[in-house]
Design a protein around this ligand. Structure first.
Ligand code: PGA
Length: 224
């Protein structure tokens, strides 16, 4: 199975969110080949919008096998008196996946390993599957998760994607566990997606900028 994870980051309004999901699902429905791949568990799409858009997206996707929702982060805190926080528990029945340790969280919000471990634990307590983002071996707490997304800093949002062969070389240097799902993220577009998805060593993609456009994300999905 190939994973296409769409990270919207902090973008879109509710009306843009509806327009995005309607357009994306329209593309999917029009394409028998994609519908078949989704139904046969050959490909999975995980849409990670800002948390307030989970409900409408989930409502529209619930009849589709393998189009799931994810969150971009969870609170460090469990439920309680933490005004403004969004704990993992509040995502029960709304999301299946959670991006944890994204490089923007690490660099802008100075998230350290200990916090990332706590967030992974929160995800597991409440049934969210963590997708751990790493920038390299230094971020190695790989043994805590089933899905790792390798995102070299110089490739994120810069247009300078790392070629698939180099990604595979880096993968060999990481202390991954057998069977762990390995994704690549960093400036993936419809033109580069095919090279990653053709590799048996790369289980899918974490897509940022290109995922903001439903047509573009669909073109990426077509390569899976
Ligand atoms: P990008 O973002 O595709 O815009 O480089 C990827 C990410 O940050 O997850």
């Amino acid at each position: 199975m190939k994973y296409i994870v769409a990270n919207w980051k902090a973008h879109k309004t509710i009306s843009e969110c509806h327009a995005w999901i309607d357009s994306f699902l329209h593309h999917v429905l029009q394409d028998k080949d994609t519908v078949k791949k989704l139904e046969n568990d050959e490909v999975k799409v995980v849409i990670c919008p800002p948390a307030q858009f989970l409900v409408p997206i989930q409502e529209k996707c619930k009849s589709y096998r393998n189009i799931d929702t994810g969150v971009q982060d969870v609170s460090l805190y469990d439920e309680g008196k933490f005004t403004g926080e969004i704990p993992a528990k509040t995502f029960i029945d709304l999301a299946k996946y959670a991006i944890i340790g994204h490089s923007e969280r690490r660099s802008i919000f100075i998230e350290e390993e200990e916090e990332i471990e706590t967030k992974i634990a929160q995800c597991k307590t409440y049934g969210l599957e963590p997708i751990l983002c790493v920038r390299g071996e230094d971020d190695a707490i790989f043994d805590l998760v089933d899905i790792v997304a390798y995102e070299p800093i110089e490739a994120i949002g810069t247009g300078k994607n790392m070629p698939a062969e180099e990604v595979v070389e880096v993968k060999e240097t990481l202390s991954l566990m057998p069977g762990q799902i390995f994704l690549y993220g960093g400036s993936v577009t419809k033109d580069s997606a095919g090279s990653y998805l053709a590799s048996p060593e790369i289980d899918g993609l974490l897509v940022g900028s290109a995922a903001l456009d439903p047509d573009h994300l669909f073109q990426i999905l077509k390569h899976a």
